[in-house]
Structure formats: C-alpha cells, structure tokens
Design a protein. Structure first.
Length: 381
C-alpha cells in the first residue's frame, strides 16, 4: 500500500463525514427504509440477492413486481419454485432464484419465519455468502459489519492506493473497510459506501469534487483514480456454439421444455436445442441441424443470437419450422400459447431465440401470402 500524500483523517472522522454526505445525498430505492426507520430484513435480503450481477436500475422494477407477488418470506416459501423462476425470468443468474426459494423455505420451516440476526446464522442460509450476510447484518440488524461489494472495493482501493491487484487484494480491502465501520449507524454507513461508489467514485470519470473523502484520497492526490482498483489480467473468454429449434403450431403456440433443475439456467424454459460446444469457429448449419430433436421443415433464421455469460460467450443458430399436422410433443415438452409467452420462465437468451425464430417465420408467411401461396406447409420431412 503506497502513501497517498498527506495525513488522512482518523477512521471516526471519515465515517462521520460519509454519514453526513449520505444524509444529504442518499438514493431513494424501493428496498430502503425511510430515514430513521428500521429496515425489513426480507426486503434487504431480496434486494441484495437481486443486485448480485444486476445493476440497481435493472433490479428496481423486478424488485417492485416480485414484492407485489411475494410480499413476505412466508408468501415466497409457499410459492411453487416454477412461479419464482417465472417472476425472476430476465434477471439472469438463475441459481439465485432457486437459492432464494430454498432460503425462504429454510427460514419459514426451520427458523419460524425469522431471519438470523448473526453473521454466522446468515451465512448458513442457502445462497447467502459473506458479502450478503454482512449487508443484511448491518442494514437490517445494526451490526458493525463491512459489506464489501465492487463499489466499496473501488472506493477503498482508491482512498488507500492499494497496489495489489484484485482478487488477491480482497482480504486487505475488507480489513480496511471493516476498520471504518462505526458502532453507531452501521447500516447507514454500509449503504453510504455503496452510494459513494455507485454515484461519485465511479469506474470512469469519478466526481471527486463531490466526494466527502477527497482530501485524504491517495488516488485523487496522485491523479490516477481510474487505475484503481488494480486488477489481474483477464483470461480469454471461451466461445461456445449451439442451436435452438423453434417449432410453431398453426395457432402460434411455441414448443418449450424445461431445462434440468441443476446447472446453468436450471429450471428455466427454453425451446428444444443442441448441446453448447466450445469451438474456435462457428460450426456449419448442416452440422447443427443434425442435432434437431425431431424431424420438421427446419430452416435457419438469418443471423444468430449472441449472449454473454459470466465465463463464456454463446452464439445460437436458430432454426424455425411450422409444426407438422400430426406432431405429438415429446415427453417433457409443452405448447406455450403465444399470448402467454411473455409470462413464461424464459431467460433472456432463450427469449431472444424464440423472438428471432418467430420473426423469421412471420416474414416467410407474409412473403408466401403476397405470392398467393397461402400458409406454409406443416408437413414433416
């Protein structure tokens, strides 16, 4: 850790300055209790799970809808997991939704509907790691715990000029953050740190003139704020390829199936598809078509659907076909009416694949109708 140039205020002074800034600048968020009121552990927990890998802007409408559907932990525990996955569709990282449901059932069935009020008790819950446990402990229960997310890592790394790159620097950053947590108002302090990183100490173009800590900030003194936190070089992101097969009935219904409960996108809906394989270049459409789950008059939709997951990039070739007249859905598949597709538990990548296939088929229909050929034949090959 390098010297930032000049003496820094003591921890208590830093905490007081940040809390004063927070009182004047705090964000109004749907999961936050009004000033002076106690936070609801359910809302804090739900928001923290949603905000894992999701921005505040994206999470807010989901949080509001989710809370309306599942207003408390008992309502969430009583719901079928399929309904929870449906409400979560579009937020991504679907293991969070499965863990959310499992956690609610543990709280209701084993803990009498009450959240644990200790770090150890919170960390024992499904899907609750050290950061989430610290955030709930501080915000909902007033425990002096440091909740260190990416925003807080950035603030601390810049203020103290932590030269060691992440993720190796995480223990030191966490210790520095913990030393700042005041005994009074630790929940507000935790949220103030999050707000400071999200609105002032931003990754690009930080607004140092608005920062309550600028006088002692090492990176601000050196003028190299955007170089912190230091990060280890990123590894190349693998590329995977696959196919999605969108079968459409005459009434517009689309054939869907449910993915296995475990693994990536577990328990979510999807059109039938191929395996996803890592490769240096896209496979030929003919090779992908050989993996069609059943015969139909498949044609490849122009272009492709691309999606970025945490550890790889996926490119899907979408094949589309009208259902043969005598088609019987295979076991595990169902027809989803067009009017209810929006409510299906389709993750974003599969929602894009279905939309891409439907758009292609619709264009074919319009083209044939203009040519006077009528509807596309549904006969299988």
């Amino acid at each position: 850790m390098a010297d930032g140039g000049g003496a820094r205020p003591a921890e208590a002074e830093l905490a007081a300055a940040l809390l004063a800034w927070y009182d004047a600048s705090r964000r109004a968020l749907p999961w936050r209790a009004p000033p002076g009121e106690r936070s609801d552990p359910y809302r804090v927990w739900l928001s923290e799970i949603m905000l894992q890998q999701t921005t505040v802007t994206a999470a807010q409408p989901y949080f509001i809808r989710f809370l309306k559907r599942f207003p408390d932990v008992r309502a969430l525990a009583a719901a079928p997991v399929e309904g929870v996955m449906q409400a979560w569709a579009g937020l991504g990282y679907y293991s969070r939704a499965r863990n959310l449901h499992a956690c609610a059932r543990v709280i209701v069935n084993e803990l009498g509907g009450r959240f644990p009020d200790t770090i150890a008790g919170l960390e024992a819950l499904p899907g609750v790691g050290p950061y989430t446990a610290a955030a709930i402990a501080a915000i909902a229960f007033g425990l002096p715990a440091a909740a260190v997310d990416g925003n807080v890592e950035r603030v601390i790394s810049r203020y103290y000029r932590v030269e060691e790159p992440l993720p190796g620097a995480k223990p030191r950053v966490r210790a520095l953050a913990q030393a700042l947590v005041p005994q009074r108002r630790p929940g507000d302090f935790a949220q103030a740190m999050m707000d400071l990183g999200a609105t002032v100490c931003t990754p690009r173009g930080p607004s140092c003139g608005l920062c309550p800590w600028r006088a002692g900030c090492g990176a601000h003194a050196a003028g190299d704020m955007e170089t912190f936190p230091r990060k280890a070089p990123k590894k190349a992101v693998p590329q995977r390829y696959g196919a999605a097969f969108v079968l459409v009935r005459d009434d517009g219904a689309v054939l869907l199936r449910v993915r296995p409960p475990r693994g990536l996108l577990g328990g979510m809906d999807e059109p039938p598809g191929s395996d996803w394989r890592e490769a240096p270049a896209p496979p030929e459409a003919a090779a992908l078509l050989a993996e069609a789950p059943f015969p139909a008059r498949w044609r490849a939709a122009p272009g492709a659907v691309r999606h970025v997951f945490t550890h790889f990039r996926l490119t899907l070739t979408v094949f589309v076909a009208p259902a043969p007249p005598d088609f019987v859905p295979p076991p595990g598949c169902r027809w989803e009416p067009r009017r209810s597709l929006a409510a299906a538990a389709l993750p974003n990548v599969m929602r894009k694949a279905v939309a891409h296939g439907l758009d292609c088929l619709s264009r074919d229909w319009r083209r044939l109708e203009r040519a006077g050929a009528g509807k596309i034949s549904g006969a299988g090959e």
